[in-house]
Design a protein around this ligand. Structure first.
Ligand SMILES: Nc1ncnc2c1ncn2[C@@H]1O[C@H](COP(=O)(O)OP(=O)(O)OP(=O)(O)O)[C@@H](O)[C@H]1O
Ligand SMILES: [Mg+2]
Length: 242
């Protein structure tokens, strides 16, 4: 479903991604981990063209998403993306946050958009907050609304970049639970997360990055019990010490 071929990305003279080649299958859940600054966010942001690339190709469903002339806004509208800081619209209610894009970008009827949004809010456990404004919600609730809002566009792929790392610890679980339910439904997901328990439980595959390269790809079982690359071993040892 997602195919990266020798992707390179530079920020000025700093090489943030080096020859990254990888494939993500439909319905696959891939967790990307690695030390700070290793290029995880850069990589995931190239998948919906929030970052441009300097060479190589990225295809989603056979379409070259970095092709010149491709409408990046249209592309982004079709790929769910949830990151660290929930960027809900503060002046819209929870329900309005979830219906705005489907109605304005997908030309869904308001009624249909509301019905589907309510289903999704039900799914993330926040149907009762439909008329609340974001600032009246906890961080974990806001992040669950952000997920529902993304899902409202019926994306075939969801990207997550550390969706729980800005949350108070007691709210991490509720967001991970929602993400887990998506994997149960067969959503294709690429997640950057430091939640190794979650990774172990739901990932089909782990990608370990360091200095802009994918150094190891493994099933969670193998990655956590028997990492091959010395830097992956170091990374896991450091995390166990935390
Ligand atoms: N807009 C930018 N301009 C210049 N350098 C950047 C930019 N964004 C990222 N970088 C650099 O690229 C490298 C990779 O950054 P990236 O944010 O992808 O890392 P990361 O693995 O997501 O780290 P973290 O775990 O801290 O989120 C870092 O060295 C970072 O400083
Ligand atoms: Mg990052």
């Amino acid at each position: 479903m997602i195919v990266l071929d020798k992707v390179n990305k530079w920020y000025g003279d700093y090489r943030a991604l080096t020859d990254v080649s990888e494939q993500v299958e439909k319905n696959e859940v891939v967790v990307v981990c690695g030390p700070s600054g290793s290029g995880k966010s850069t990589l995931i942001r190239t998948l919906n063209r929030l970052e441009e690339i300097d060479s190589g190709t990225i295809a989603i469903d056979g379409r070259d998403i970095h092709a010149k002339g491709l409408d990046a806004n249209e592309l982004r509208a079709g790929i769910g993306f949830v990151f660290q800081h929930f960027n809900l619209f503060p002046h819209l209610t929870v329900l309005e946050n979830c219906t705005l894009a489907p109605v304005s970008l997908k030309r869904a009827s308001p009624k249909e958009a509301r019905e589907y949004a309510m289903q999704l809010l039900e799914q993330v456990g926040l149907a009762h907050k439909r008329d609340a404004y974001p600032n009246a919600l906890s961080g974990g609730q806001q992040q669950r609304v952000a997920i529902a809002r993304s899902l409202a566009m019926r994306p075939p792929i969801m990207l997550f970049d550390e969706p729980t790392s800005a949350l108070d610890p007691e709210m991490v679980g509720e967001v991970l639970q929602v993400m887990r339910s998506l994997t149960d439904q067969g959503m294709t997901m690429v997640c950057v997360t430091h939640e190794m328990g979650f990774a172990r439980e739901v990932a089909d595959r782990i990608l370990f990055m360091s200095e802009g390269r994918i150094l190891e790809r493994a099933k969670p079982e193998d990655f956590f019990t028997n990492p091959q690359h010395p830097r992956a071993q170091q990374f896991l040892a450091d995390r166990r010490r935390d």
